[in-house]
Write a protein that binds this ligand. Structure first.
Ligand SMILES: [Zn+2]
Length: 338
């Protein structure tokens, strides 16, 4: 097949969807068959009913390989409707190859509109990040999960981890954390920091940074987790207590970016990617959440250009910025990160 042929075929034969995008014909809406969607939706309901509990499901074959987000994609395809607006991010980035291809795929098979704006999206599929902007009860965040079992580091047997979850027998997990502190003077887990959901199940939050962990607690948004290769679905419903595992005298901490700011938008108080500048050899930082970074830049332009000032101010206010003379700013007290 010549390069570009498939794209041409898709664009030419697709029927127009409600939003004017082209939908691929000859396939069921959102690719997977209705029987499978029904199963996945039932499993999602069970997962929502038992927060943090892993529900097995019959993970299906998709046109992408397992390990590339098939769990998240199956959830997205099962819950998405023609009027939904989809955003897909990979490590916070809207523009990575994986994110773009998943977005394109869902767009072709469901005809849904896509966006990079966190506020505009109704369904957000993500790998390794939770968006910086606060999400609402009308939105659903679908997380791609490589390893759903938080206890796997301490116990290789699936039968045994299931027993441990059933009996709430988490003593070995606590011991593991304690030994970590003894050896390294801190809990050395970065991403995949284990959390206690609804004071009942220890859960793997997928490899999000510690920075994102507090966003899981008492959130307004439904979080759905899908592991395609491991065939598991689990959920954190809105207003659920989610606590990172910590000791009374050894508290959970997020990453500390004190003093650092995004080289692109100048923003502080977001999760930053550390990059080595090839030319200067210096360490620079950029917002991991590209959608937020873009908005921050456009907000500034609107402010300095004196156009759409009211709207820009409203946007900054909604993010918790405070008025400071003619501009808006966030106090960097370092307390936000605790
Ligand atoms: Zn930025």
């Amino acid at each position: 097949m010549k390069p570009g042929t498939l794209t041409d075929l898709i664009n030419k034969t697709g029927q127009r969807s409600r939003e004017g995008g082209r939908k691929l014909s000859g396939y069921n809406f959102a690719f997977i068959d209705e029987g499978t969607k029904k199963e996945i939706r039932r499993k999602i309901l069970k997962a929502v009913a038992i927060p943090g509990h892993q529900v097995p499901f019959g993970s299906r074959e998709l046109p992408i390989a397992r390990g590339w987000g098939t769990g998240g994609l199956q959830i997205t395809l099962s819950i998405i409707g023609p009027d939904d607006i989809l955003k897909v991010i990979d490590q916070g980035c809207d523009g990575s190859v994986n994110a773009i291809n998943i977005k394109k795929f869902v767009n072709r098979v469901a005809g849904v509109k896509t966006t990079t704006d966190t506020r505009e999206a109704t369904v957000i599929q993500t790998r390794h990040r939770i968006p910086e902007e606060k999400m609402t009860p009308d939105q659903i965040l679908v997380l791609q999960v490589p390893y759903p079992e938080a206890l796997r580091t301490i116990e290789p047997s699936e039968a045994e981890t299931r027993r441990m979850h059933a009996e709430g027998d988490y003593s070995r997990m606590w011991l593991y954390l304690y030994e970590d502190i003894v050896e390294f003077s801190e809990i050395s887990i970065g991403a995949r920091y284990p959390v206690m959901v609804n004071k009942r199940y220890i859960m793997d939050p997928s490899p999000i940074p510690r920075w994102d962990i507090p966003r899981l607690d008492m959130a307004e948004t439904l979080y759905l987790f899908g592991a395609g290769r491991e065939k598991r679905i689990y959920a954190i419903p809105p207003h659920t207590v989610v606590e990172p595992l910590e000791f009374e005298d050894f508290k959970f901490r997020t990453e500390d970016f004190k003093g650092a700011k995004c080289e692109r938008c100048g923003g502080q108080g977001t999760f930053l990617d550390e990059i080595m500048d090839d030319e200067t050899g210096k360490r620079i930082y950029r917002c991991s959440d590209t959608g937020y970074c873009d908005k921050n830049i456009s907000g500034r332009i609107a402010l300095s250009g004196n156009t759409n000032k009211k709207e820009a101010h409203r946007f900054y206010d909604s993010l918790g910025f405070k008025k400071h003379g003619y501009s808006s700013m966030v106090e960097d007290t370092g307390e936000d990160n605790e």
